[in-house]
Design a protein around this ligand. Structure first.
Ligand code: DGY
Length: 326
């Protein structure tokens, strides 16, 4: 009998074909919106596997309904949408898609940094709105990126890839992480510093850390007040790491200079979020890994994780490795 799988959104045909070859598939494809919780709650009861996205809230209540569930395969590197503890307690494998999106996400992060520093969106709007009357000495002036200090919070794969790009701009690289990375320090001349030192010394503070209970509101009022008045904050990790109210206040009061955000506390970000009213905020709809090639690779890797787990093997990207011990 084929294992039963629920896929929570329309995925590429190629990926669907891979899964359908060996599994009995049900999927949410009515519209390109997250599957309603109640629908997933019903589906989870009988299935052996779930193919999920970061927009699916797979909490303990939902997991507890499952009778046969062996694997939850998330098509994302982040897995904060899944209650890992609840899954592990029931012996359910959780997998993610690390590695394959590193360079694409680092590209977008550096693009956002440049766009925010040099006011690209504001300048483009200025031109389209017919406000460009003449060349003017201080018109739409921004911050230099070349030779500036880059502070990376979270030196994982993507942080390292970002630092490599920053080398080409002759930036001084400082970082803060749970543990030091001697190889990165050597190769990229990066310097490990305390979080407060990073905030005080950086021209660009980039958040690259995973979203965990420890990183909720990691950057709040106190942290923002330590930053330079000319500093730019970039977040392409998860919205909840930065306290948005505190960020709005810091931007309005001129405590920091600008922010580039690809992620928000609530997504999609409500249009009345005050941050969207500020010209010194560049806002993107969570597109860090959104290149055609990378999204295809992520989709197929999530399928591979799912199928390996259903075949009784250890999937390539098992998150709850503790399961292997027991
Ligand atoms: C992830 O994978 O966690 C990103 O946020 C989207 O690619």
């Amino acid at each position: 009998m084929k294992p039963k799988v629920y896929i929570t959104r329309k995925i590429p045909d190629e990926t669907l074909a891979l899964i359908s070859e060996v599994c009995e598939v049900a999927l949410w494809e009515q519209e390109d919106l997250p599957v309603p919780y109640e629908v997933l709650e019903k589906a989870v009861v009988e299935v052996d596997g779930i193919y999920s996205l970061l927009t699916d809230n797979i909490d303990e209540a939902l997991i507890s309904k499952a009778k046969n569930l062996k694997v939850i395969s998330n098509m994302a590197v982040g897995f904060n949408n899944i209650d890992l503890k609840a899954a592990t307690a029931r012996g359910i494998m959780v997998t993610n898609t690390p590695g394959v999106l590193t360079e694409t996400t680092a590209d977008l992060t550096f693009a956002l940094l440049l766009a925010t520093a040099r006011r690209l969106v504001e300048s483009s709007d200025f031109l389209r709105e017919g406000k460009w009357k003449t060349w003017s000495p201080m018109l739409l002036t921004g911050q230099d990126v070349y030779g500036a200090t880059l502070g990376i919070i979270g030196m994982g794969r993507i942080g390292e890839a970002l630092a490599k790009r920053a080398k080409g701009f002759d930036m001084r690289i400082i970082y803060h992480n749970r543990n030091r990375k001697p190889a990165v320090e050597k190769e990229l001349n990066a310097e490990y510093v305390d979080l407060d030192v990073l905030l005080k010394e950086s021209d660009f503070v980039v958040i690259m850390t995973p979203f965990t209970p420890e990183t909720v509101n990691l950057i709040g009022k106190r942290e923002l007040s330590l930053m330079k008045k000319t500093a730019v904050l970039i977040n392409t990790a998860r919205g909840g790491i930065v306290n948005e109210k505190a960020l709005y206040n810091a931007l309005v009061k001129g405590e920091i200079w600008a922010a580039g955000l690809d992620v928000f506390e609530e997504e999609p970000v409500p249009l009345d979020n005050p941050l969207l009213s500020l010209p010194n905020v560049v806002a993107l709809p969570h597109i860090g890994s959104a290149s055609k090639k990378t999204r295809m690779t992520m989709a197929n890797l999530a399928a591979e994780n799912l199928l390996q787990a259903l075949a009784g093997k250890t999937p390539p990207n098992l998150v709850n490795v503790d399961l292997l011990k027991g």
